[in-house]
Ligand binder design. Sequence first.
Ligand SMILES: C[C@](O)(CO)[C@H](O)COP(=O)(O)OP(=O)(O)OC[C@H]1O[C@@H](n2ccc(N)nc2=O)[C@H](O)[C@@H]1O
Ligand SMILES: Nc1ncnc2c1ncn2[C@@H]1O[C@H](COP(=O)(O)OP(=O)(O)OP(=O)(O)O)[C@@H](O)[C@H]1O
Length: 289
Amino acid sequence: MEEIETLRLPAPAKLNLLLRVVGRREDGYHLLQTVFQFIDRCDWITLGRRTDGEIHLKTPLPGVPPEADLTVRAARALAAATGTRAGVDIGIEKNLPMGGGLGGGSSDAATVLVGLNRLWHTGLGVEALMELGLKLGADVPVFVNGRSAWAEGVGEQLTPLDLPEPWYVVVVPDCHVATRTVFSSPNLTRDNKPIIIADFIAGRQENHCLPVVMELYPEIGAAMDDLSRYSEPRLTGTGACVFAAFADERQARQAAVDLGSTRSVFVAKGENLSPLQRALGFDPGSRQS
Ligand SMILES: C[C@](O)(CO)[C@H](O)COP(=O)(O)OP(=O)(O)OC[C@H]1O[C@@H](n2ccc(N)nc2=O)[C@H](O)[C@@H]1O
Ligand SMILES: Nc1ncnc2c1ncn2[C@@H]1O[C@H](COP(=O)(O)OP(=O)(O)OP(=O)(O)O)[C@@H](O)[C@H]1O
């Protein structure tokens, strides 16, 4: 069988369709209830095999030292966990805004874990890759698993959900939100009562970070006001991006054209199977990696 030398794979964005804060762990991390859905807007990751054991980032991102980049950290984590002697050249084509609440960095890391596991023949299962990913960021496991999900804990306890797959208009406000800043605010309500999945299905879609985010970043409230002229706006993660769902592609595109005269905006389709798993040809029912 011919050896694969290079893989080019998508790293999709996620939206948090609901984000509830229901407690805090001893280590300060917040206990959440959230719903993740993927969208077909993606970064692209290229992985080129090296035989010398080096892990090299060919395309460093502005403001992110290569050793801090989540793709490099993911590759190092997989190498350390498996003891492989192989190396990799990593390329990132960045389309997702950083600090946008779309999980771009986490998704890049997940694509590296899943893609390299294949390129390097390291043979880890999905659960082991998710566990490695969780050490890199709370959002990495859902991108490794690749299915829309209800999530609890810090986002690692996943229950796959079969959701409607609407069109979304996503507005990218002109500001970057540091997740840590929002979670460290004294004004964040941390003791909300847990709900159950059926409550979400029945229509719950609040984001408990929203009041703090609007107070810290007035620009995000302004973006929500603009979007509310077309459909009910929501915040993803801790922001900055806000989004609204449309049943119809034409309406979504028209709203994006209107908003696009004054704002940075894009249209994307909701997807319950991640574009990463689709690209790798994973069977939706299978747990194989
Ligand atoms: C808000 C979400 O985007 C929802 O999907 C995620 O929970 C955030 O995940 P993430 O960006 O991968 O976050 P991490 O890089 O793990 O954490 C950034 C910082 O935010 C705070 N943090 C994050 C997640 C969490 N459940 N509780 C926290 O308090 C911690 O101070 C942490 O140091
Ligand atoms: N490959 C990467 N892509 C993006 N950011 C990275 C990457 N590696 C490290 N980072 C760092 O992670 C920070 C958060 O980036 P990211 O795009 O994941 O934010 P986010 O979309 O707000 O994430 P989340 O929704 O998980 O909170 C960046 O500001 C950057 O310093």
